[in-house]
Design a protein. Structure first.
Length: 521
């Protein structure tokens, strides 16, 4: 049987001096806040003359905190106390509700910020970033168009699903009474700066009183003033539109077999909604297609017009005839059915945003232990990590080297199937198999930001995927934090090292609002 924690080990005492979060000498303490199904991490690094604090994201899926009895106001109050009211760096990994909706004026009152870091995708001076934002806006408008047509078609279940995605992408929370009107949605889709997510991000952008730092992968080795022996490597997102669109694991990269079409039904939906703008996504080339609005036009050859009218018709009333089945029954037409792929378009939009996540690797001392924060990165992001290296004087640092020295992995996207790649040590691309291969590999620990009971209330959300959770438990010998699992319920598998487990216990603690984990050098 798995070994439970010793009852004599404290489970609710944070690593603090009074209310301050203190790191070990030359090391770091990671505080994983239990916001719900969402990310919020406070990192305390050894510094001179005082600790250096970095906050990575602050958000949750609406409705999920009630499953674990926490409130975001209590968590942000703790952030204020733990840092003495000052964050040296605030990081927003990407623009999603479960990473930013805790960021409000009320929650962050009295907290100052030295500087804010964002991915290059937010840089207004980057041409590719501007192009991606325009494409995102076009797709949001397309999704909004589908939403309105679904409303007119009287399909409440599909409408509800699309509204949930719109709320997620734009930041509204209907459960707390913040229900967007059609006018709100149109305004936010037309001008994304009107979205609640953007407003949260703007607060962190403006708070330091100087422009944000836009982070590009593989460009430089980053540091934070005052932090002792800390170096930071930006692995993603890739500065490559095709890789950001590369979403799902392929072959053995997946922890389960997922059969996917060559292109998304969401793209076909866009083509049907606006064929002129999205013609490249049509399932047939233009020479084999007749748009609906042109099928009855006199410019269309008579034989085509007659065929279309006879076999598909323009009304629900069939053409009277003696045949057992009329030539133009309603089931041959897709007047409304094509709208149902709008949900897939919403998923595509969601995944593209995930794949634009800022991914950071924190090195504690030159050549030392590494903490990997992968946000919600998906395949194209992961694949890009090893395509370039970092120059370090006369040496070169590779992604393979950084992952080999990783002792803490913030698991991608709540442990979902497409946000951690499977693989072996000899795999071509970065994967779980690359991690924890160094001298400190026996310390490998993972953190999953998931509330399973809440995820089960969502259609098709398998968070965390059992195969990924099992692989992490095996690799980490049970050292896997999960938002909804109290610290005292963590267990080590049979046959695991007793000494390693006891060392882990001495470096970790649990609290109603958070877990603390101390990494020493």
């Amino acid at each position: 049987m798995p070994k439970r924690r010793s009852k004599s080990t404290p489970t609710n005492e944070p690593q603090t001096d009074g209310q301050r979060l203190l790191p070990p000498e030359d090391g770091a303490t990671v505080r994983m806040y239990r916001t719900g199904h969402g990310d919020c991490f406070l990192l305390a690094f050894a510094g001179e003359p005082k600790p250096v604090y970095m906050l990575i994201d602050c958000g949750y899926k609406p409705g999920s905190p009630k499953f674990i009895n926490t409130k975001i106001a209590d968590i942000t109050k703790n952030i204020r106390e733990a840092t003495g009211g000052h964050l040296d760096v605030a990081v927003i990994t990407h623009e999603h509700q479960d990473h930013v909706n805790g960021i409000t004026e009320a929650h962050f009152k009295g907290i100052t910020i030295g500087e804010t870091w964002l991915a290059w995708t937010e840089d207004p001076g980057d041409d590719l970033a501007n192009s991606l934002r325009k494409a995102f806006k076009d797709k949001l408008l397309g999704l909004l168009g589908a939403r309105n047509r679904l409303a007119a078609a009287g399909n409440p279940e599909q409408l509800k699903r699309v509204d949930e995605f719109l709320e997620f992408e734009l930041g509204w929370d209907s459960e707390s009474g913040s229900v967007p009107t059609a006018a709100n949605l149109l305004a936010a889709a037309s001008d994304p700066d009107q979205s609640m997510n953007k407003k949260s991000m703007k607060l962190f952008k403006d708070r330091p009183g100087k422009p944000p730092k836009y982070i590009y992968p593989h460009k430089e080795i980053l540091t934070i003033p005052g932090a002792k022996n800390l170096r930071i490597f930006a692995l993603g997102p890739p500065h490559d539109a095709d890789k950001i669109k590369d979403l799902n694991p392929q072959g053995e990269e997946s922890f389960r077999t997922v059969s996917l079409a060559a292109t998304s039904p969401g793209n076909y939906f866009l083509a049907a909604l606006d064929p002129d703008k999205f013609s490249l996504n049509l399932p047939f080339t233009n020479q084999y297609a007749i748009p609906l609005d042109k099928a009855g036009s006199k410019k269309t050859p008579r034989e085509f017009r007659s065929f279309f009218t006879k076999h598909y018709g323009k009304s629900k009333r069939p053409v009277p005839q003696k045949a057992e089945v009329s030539d133009n029954p309603e089931w041959r037409r897709i007047n409304e059915e094509w709208l149902y792929s709008a949900e897939q378009l919403a998923l595509d939009i969601n995944d593209y945003t995930n794949n634009s996540s800022l991914v950071l690797a924190f090195e504690l001392g030159r050549g030392g232990k590494v903490l990997l924060f992968a946000a919600d990165a998906q395949r194209g992001n992961w694949v890009s990590w090893s395509e370039k290296d970092w120059k370090d004087g006369e040496s070169t640092i590779t992604a393979r080297d950084l992952l080999a020295r990783t002792v803490l992995y913030k698991v991608g996207h709540h442990g979902s199937h497409n946000a951690t790649l499977d693989g072996r040590l000899d795999s071509e691309h970065a994967s779980l198999g690359w991690m924890a291969q160094g001298a400190s590999g026996h310390e490998f620990t993972a953190m999953i930001t998931a509330v399973r009971a809440w995820a089960e209330t969502q259609k098709g959300w398998d968070h965390p995927l059992k195969a990924i959770k099992d692989a992490l438990l095996k690799k980490a010998s049970g050292r896997v934090f999960q938002t909804d699992t109290d610290f005292e319920k963590m267990a080590t598998p049979d046959g695991a090292s007793k000494a390693d487990w006891e060392q882990f216990q001495s470096h970790a603690s649990g609290h109603q609002l958070y877990f603390d984990y101390k990494i020493t050098t």
